[in-house]
Ligand binder design. Structure first.
Ligand code: PBG
Length: 331
């Protein structure tokens, strides 16, 4: 018997042509996979570019509404809001977070009025409101107090839900806060307001441009390693997810995205729940920096990274490239 002089299987066969590649693609991204994070500021008719996030701006509420209409037209289902709180309203205890007429609440109401069919996700944490840039209340030594913070975050969630938020997304990493938020939401008649927990949120060097965007970078004393996760750990992410689900989270998030694909996959395999990734500001900035010096093609980098996140197990991705990516992939 003679052996054939050709490979038993030619995996290249299905790759040669575009139609065949399209036919065999396992993962596809669509505008419906994206959540678009937007930064809201005071004023009218204002667009203020964020230097470390080229192509991303802070918008006054009217601009946020315009972005909401743009998202709807592009088929992006959800917007995530973050506030640029005026300096004079930042305090040690971050009490502006509880003002039912703060920037977040006004932007949420305006969005829900103008584009009711778009979901509004609101971040829950105190860092955009504190004079020290930490996510919670601090003691004299600067440590973030867990239980005291949790109670304030529950109140913050209530204020946002009352303004019309569809998804409450606690990004603070306090222990027990998902349960506390679920309890106050149920108690106040917001049974259908979702919780997307930032469950596996790492203390990351990729958040720098975001802190510029919300104006907390220069204020932040110390770091957030006493509550955000150590990037060396993976089992701990599963414990965080298990807790948040037990406390009533509807979906969970892994953050940042691309350096944590292994975590996304482990969470998806272990829990079979909707997992979201936050492709964070530093990841966005990295792509833009590469494109700016000709080290990579922006569109290709955007499509490849977003597809990789989805392939790893994501139901969707928070990305500053949402509108651009939606235009690239179409409806
Ligand atoms: C605040 C918060 C941060 C991000 C989302 N919510 C920053 C931080 O924890 O310091 C980062 C998002 C990004 O970098 O794009 N709790």
């Amino acid at each position: 018997m003679t052996f054939a002089s050709y490979p038993a299987l030619r995996l290249r066969r299905t790759r040669y042509t575009a139609w065949s590649r399209a036919l065999h693609a396992e993962t596809r991204i669509a505008p419906s996979d994206f959540i678009w994070p937007l930064f809201v500021m005071e004023g009218r008719g204002i667009e203020e570019p964020v230097a470390t996030l080229p192509g991303v701006s802070r918008w006054s509420v009217d601009g946020i509404v315009a972005r909401g209409r743009e998202a709807a037209a592009l088929g992006i289902p959800c917007i995530a809001l973050f506030p640029y709180t005026p300096a004079g309203l930042r305090t040690e205890d971050g009490r502006e977070a509880l003002n039912p007429d703060n920037l977040m609440c006004r932007a949420t109401r305006a969005l829900k009025d103008a584009v009711p069919d778009i979901g509004v996700l609101t971040d829950v944490a105190l860092d955009p409101y504190t004079s020290h840039g930490q996510d919670g209340l601090i003691d004299a030594a600067g440590n973030v107090l867990n239980d005291e913070t949790m109670a304030v975050l529950a109140d913050q969630a209530l204020v946002l839900a009352a303004a019309g938020a569809d998804i409450i997304a606690p990004s603070d990493m306090m222990d027990g806060r998902v349960g506390a938020i679920r309890q106050v939401l149920e108690g106040a008649g917001h049974a259908n307001v979702q919780i997307m927990a930032y469950s596996a949120k790492y203390a990351s060097a990729f958040y720098g441009p975001f802190r510029d965007a919300v104006g907390s970078r220069g204020l932040l004393k110390g770091n957030k390693r006493g509550y955000q996760m150590d990037h060396a750990n993976s089992d701990e992410a599963l414990r965080e997810v298990a807790l948040d689900l037990a406390e009533g989270a509807d979906s969970v998030m892994v953050k940042p995205g691309l350096p944590y694909l292994d975590i996304i996959r482990r969470v998806k395999d272990e829990f079979r729940v909707p997992v979201f990734a936050y492709q964070v500001s530093g990841e966005y900035a990295m792509i833009e920096a590469a494109a700016a010096v000709g080290a990579g093609d922006r569109d290709a980098l955007v499509l490849e990274t977003l597809t990789a996140l989805k392939r790893a197990g994501c139901a969707g991705v928070l990305t500053y490239h949402a509108a651009h990516a939606a235009r690239l992939v179409g409806g």
